[in-house]
Design a binder for this molecule. Sequence first.
Ligand SMILES: [Zn+2]
Length: 404
Amino acid sequence: MLVRGVVFYLDSDLPTEAKFLLEDFRSAVNNAIRAGLQARVTSRNALCKIAYKDFREQHPRMYSQHLVSAFEVAGSILKNHRRRVRKGITGRIPFVKRLMMKAENQAYKLDRKSGVIDLPIRAGCHVELKLAVSRYHREYLDDMTLSLGSLTVLPDRVIVAFRKEAPDQYTPASVLSLDTNERSLDGVFVEGEVANAVKAEFPEIAIVQQRHHDRRRRLQKKKAHDRRTSRNLCKREGAREHRRIDYRLHQVANSVLRFAEDRKSAIVLEDLKGMKARLGKELNRRLSLWPRRKLHQIIEYKAQWKGIPVVKVDPRNSSRTCPICGRIQYSRMGAEFKCVCGWHMDRHINASINLLQTAISKGMAGGLWFNPGAFQHDVMMILYEPAMAARSEPNGTSGIAGVT
Ligand SMILES: [Zn+2]
């Protein structure tokens, strides 16, 4: 089962009763966290067993399904906490700061035509939340193959989980092989006898990262005498950075997937799992790796939702191998890969050709094959470039792949 959370803003202010419910829910979650820590349990059922009775008395007005849902939220927070403690990351007791509540799908009603949520507060008291519905939201609301999952309510917006069975993947008619770099995806698109270079550029991601990294450094220096303020400021800085980069990564992923879906392509990516930070440059490497991993995550997840086949291959030596004669070069090279056999190609695109050949040799590209001789050196297909972000909407309906 695939789940996708869709954010809806509210058409009007949250009703007062709902605000009280959020506060009650938050305090219930925080109490459950404390009870769970004391009793050393993390599952929803165990929390229910030890705390339900007390909670019923403390929150007499709360709808019992919401109370159970508070245990669920507390349970998942406790599980994360336990994992972090085990890794030695933090010993701090977790605490939910922002106002929120979560309702399972039996605990609310959404009229998919009118976009109105009926949320029970307690016996005999329901509130209506009117959602702001755009064309993007309509795609989810009107698609009856999607069922409704949980509802998360925040002071100014709600997140509705839509669920569906993973669709069957189509049989690829072409392949899009992509090498993932700090500032771009570079690759080759093969359809029939023809192979073209493709590119999706996102130079701003590295720039945003660098800027936030510098700012964090400066904050740490300036607030060296006050570690608590420093930590809080850095955390906020980090959250902003993630949001800004996330937004751009989604844009890039949408463009790539639209291109692949239109041409019924399989997507080949390198498996970044084995990649480790190199000693010496560790900090830099760590900084630049997470957006790439995140981009892969987004592409894979969205591809699954649409039934686009994605193949991950071992990238070992992909940047050093000649796809024509198979020689491996151990010396450092510049922007272009050159081989003694006469083959030369942009370094990144060369890597993507090797990824493609690995996928083909393992039979993972749906019986398609690739002839490097068919490569059209003078054509570059642009899947994405920063200029597209300027006029694109958050719902990602713009940014059409063009040919230059
Ligand atoms: Zn060669």
